[in-house]
Write a protein that binds this ligand. Structure first.
Ligand code: SF4
Ligand code: SF4
Length: 384
């Protein structure tokens, strides 16, 4: 692929990451694959396909692009767009069965929240292998007999990715806000754009400095989290904005300047600020959803009696919470405080040895989680 073409689409689509950008589904042949060639599968988000194809350059393999309605792997899987059905349909309709002799398909690890390996096996006969988190690790993973190192399993949030998230927020917002500002308050165009770019940039680039405070398992934020969960965090910015407008009106009257124009302009400017700070910026990925949500209070519990040490949990956990002793056939969760409640380990465990437990002691069993799709973001309510 032309480097210039790649750089152009990479830049434009990074700015539009907040929106689904679908591309064609189906089978892509990379190099000259033979009947033993590996089969990889990914979602039909254009930027992902672009990056995966680039990572596979030089290999001889097949790439299946499955329908995720244009969402990326993690958001698609966690949001119910990249599902068992997407994978089954890609395997059954692409003609891949006639091209290879084996029945192994490498799925992206982050799809494990919404795609169940055992369902894929049951419905297609194909064995799902959980590949690395990042596409760039596919070649070494393949060369290593489809075995992941610990580093290949972990989701990190390096500065490059944080920068991408900031651009993803700032770019569409600044376009919409610029158009509105030109209509209402043209002189304010530059300050509006400065605000809309600097808030996300500052928020994401300084993330390591305050990320600990967003961890609901940390003692010092537990109390605050409980309070905001009850209050519903989404309403706090709205209340703040109403209070600001009331204060603005009083201020306007005091300085004898409370005109419609005055109220409209400062009301608009403050609304922009409120909107941007009220967005759960950390919710850009399921992993970094802030601690101020009910489902972030759930804990994963391991039933040691049921655990057979199969290690699926370790293979799919993006936070490296697990340690599996493959000789003793046991698992532990020594880094449970890093859990981001993605639910992947629970839905993939073949022995149903894992469950969520709420702070009040309510138990969400794997059956309940599967039945009500509680592994999907936004549906994981303790009260179900
Ligand atoms: S918890 Fe489940 S997936 Fe993890 S090692 Fe035990 S049996 Fe295997
Ligand atoms: S331990 Fe937590 S972060 Fe890891 S897979 Fe399970 S739910 Fe996800």
């Amino acid at each position: 692929m032309n480097a210039l073409f790649y750089a152009f689409f990479n830049a434009v689509e990074t700015g539009l990451r907040g929106f689904p950008v679908p591309c064609r589904t189906g089978l892509v042949t990379i190099g000259s694959p033979d009947r033993d060639a590996p089969v990889f599968l990914t979602c039909n988000y254009h930027l992902t396909v672009l990056r995966v194809k680039r990572a596979l350059q030089g290999m001889n393999c097949y790439l299946l692009v499955a329908n995720s309605k244009g969402y990326n792997v993690w958001c698609g899987a966690a949001g119910g767009h990249f599902t068992n059905h997407s994978v089954v349909s890609a395997l059954n309709t692409s003609g891949i069965q006639d091209l290879v002799d084996h029945r192994r398909v490498v799925l992206p690890q982050l799809a494990a929240t919404g795609v169940e390996g055992r369902e894929i096996k049951k419905r297609t006969g194909w064995t799902a292998l959980w590949g690395p988190v990042y596409a760039r690790d596919i070649p070494p993973y393949t060369a290593n007999a489809f075995s992941k190192t610990r580093e290949m399993r972990k989701v990190r949030f390096p500065v490059g990715q944080r920068l991408e998230m900031a651009v993803m927020w700032a770019f569409p917002f600044s376009i919409i806000a610029s158009l509105l500002t030109l209509l209402v308050w043209p002189d304010f165009l530059l300050p509006v754009n400065l605000i809309l770019w600097s808030v996300p940039l500052l928020t994401f680039l300084t993330f390591p400095l305050y990320s600990h405070w967003l961890n609901p398992q940390a003692k010092r934020v537990k109390k605050f989290s409980s309070y905001t969960v009850i209050f519903d965090f989404g309403k706090i910015p709205l209340v703040l904005w109403i209070l600001f407008l009331a204060g603005l009106l009083v201020f306007g009257v005091l300085i004898d300047h409370a005109s419609w124009e005055f109220m409209l302009r400062w009301g608009f400017a403050s609304l922009l600020v409120i909107l941007i700070i009220s967005i759960d910026l950390m919710g850009s990925t399921p992993l970094y959803k802030s601690g101020l949500h009910e489902d972030r209070m759930l804990k994963v519990r391991l039933d040691v009696e049921k655990c057979k040490g199969a290690g699926f949990c370790e293979q799919v956990c993006p936070r490296d919470c697990y340690e599996v002793d493959h000789r003793q056939h046991t698992a532990r969760i020594p880094r449970a405080d890093l859990c981001v409640q993605c639910g992947a380990c629970i839905v993939q465990c073949p022995f149903d040895a894992l469950q969520f437990v709420s702070p009040g002691g309510d138990i969400l069993t794997p059956e309940t989680i599967r039945k009500h799709k509680l592994n999907l973001i936004g549906k994981r309510l303790v009260s179900v």
